[in-house]
Design a protein around this ligand. Structure first.
Ligand code: COA
Ligand code: MG
Length: 346
């Protein structure tokens, strides 16, 4: 029922609002419109779990319980020692070939390559993209400049990888330095434009790499995180202004689950859509905190129903739960239902 309402809603919104550019989103120009169809296909990333790409035991463990994990990041970057990079690339290639036919699992398999400035990202790309199965999501760390994006996109163009793609690749970038943060919106807008030059690349989100960021600005990490508050808020603003997922810091003290819960709740209240994690014990806490509450899901369902009714009655503005409903609230309701659908709550 709700599914048909959503599709009705998206059709309605497409027809009635897009032309008027009321909904604004992923675009380099502030006046163009959101593609609600792509919004409804957004992959769930409440928790993204890093697994060192060379650690077969941990990879097997993550894959065994993949149904309970939103996103598994097979890492080639900082979770892997320099001398084990090649081992990681080959192990990841094997994993993709072995499990790529399981679509549910494949959708959750992401690969974090090394940064474009490291000089070794091309080796990652060369090996990881040499198989039949291509990762669903690529994470690109330490994006400091537009040139980093140009180099990445250029590789895809030259290697003609996108001609072999049957599905789009999601790109997720990292902001981990002062210059990356200061130029973030420009870089993100450029990334959207550059992804459009390839047919099958979708810029999906930004990760805040807090530890590298602190090292870069010379800050000392504290429990309350005052030193990264402004940076976190800035990442959220940029992501929201461009309809991107916003993924919060790692809570590195992985045995302290109370602290993790506190930081996750704070992230949710600030507007983050997900959080990085490094240990399986962190997953249920993060995913539960980042899921919409039953109350919120009911609110969203009711709002969409009221919206439909108002449209049928020819009413423009309408009131729901004492609030005048405007487009941001309608979009929020749509987002809530999108997540709820993916976790089986509607
Ligand atoms: N993914 C999958 N399985 C993991 C895991 C991960 N990230 N972290 C731990 N596990 C597994 C362990 O292998 C162990 O399983 P086992 O008993 O069957 O061997 C189980 O979970 C319990 O692990 P535990 O003993 O509590 O932790 P550990 O000492 O083995 O590992 C870390 C601790 C931090 C080294 C490990 O969690 C890790 O490597 N995390 C990822 C770090 C990373 O990628 N950092 C870079 C991004 S910030
Ligand atoms: Mg980092």
């Amino acid at each position: 029922m709700i599914r048909s309402r959503i599709s009705f809603l998206s059709t309605f919104l497409m027809k009635n609002f897009l032309n008027r550019s009321i909904i604004r989103s992923q675009s380099s120009s502030s006046s163009s419109s959101i593609d609600l169809n792509s919004l409804s296909q957004t992959l769930l990333r409440r928790a993204i779990l890093y697994v060192p790409g060379n650690d077969q035991r941990k990879i097997d463990k993550a894959i065994k319980s993949f149904e309970k994990i939103d996103s598994i990041v097979l890492d080639c970057e900082d979770g892997v020692a320099v001398k084990s990079k090649d081992d990681a690339r080959k192990t990841i290639l094997n994993i993709l070939n072995q499990y790529g036919s399981n679509e549910l699992l494949w959708k959750k398999l992401s690969v974090r390559i090394n940064s474009m400035d490291s000089g070794i990202a091309y080796e990652d790309l060369e090996i990881i993209f040499s198989g039949k199965i291509i990762p669903r999501t690529i994470l690109l760390p330490k994006v400091d400049t537009k040139t980093n994006i140009d180099d990445f996109i250029e590789y895809f163009k030259k290697s003609k990888i996108n001609e072999r793609l049957k599905h789009p690749i999601d790109l997720i970038t990292y902001v981990e330095s002062a210059i990356g943060l200061l130029d973030l919106r420009d870089i993100a807008k450029h990334t959207i434009d550059m992804c459009k030059t390839l047919n099958n690349m979708h810029f999906a989100g930004i990760v805040f790499g807090s530890d590298d960021f602190c090292a870069n600005i010379g800050a000392t990490r504290s429990d309350e995180g005052k030193e990264v508050l402004m940076a976190r808020q800035h990442v959220i603003l940029v992501c929201k202004s461009l309809n991107l997922q916003a993924i919060d810091s790692v809570y590195i003290n992985f045995r302290d689950l109370d602290g993790l819960k506190r930081q996750s709740e704070e992230g949710v209240s600030m507007g983050f859509t997900g959080k990085q994690c490094i240990h399986p014990d962190q997953i249920p806490i993060i995913q539960e905190t980042y899921r919409p509450s039953d109350k919120k899901i009911e609110w969203a369902k009711g709002l969409i129903k009221e919206f439909e009714q108002a449209q049928q009655d020819g009413r423009g503005a309408f009131v729901y739960h004492g609030q005048m409903i405007d487009m941001p609230l309608l979009k929020q309701a749509y987002n809530v239902i999108n997540i709820a659908k993916q976790i089986g709550k509607v």
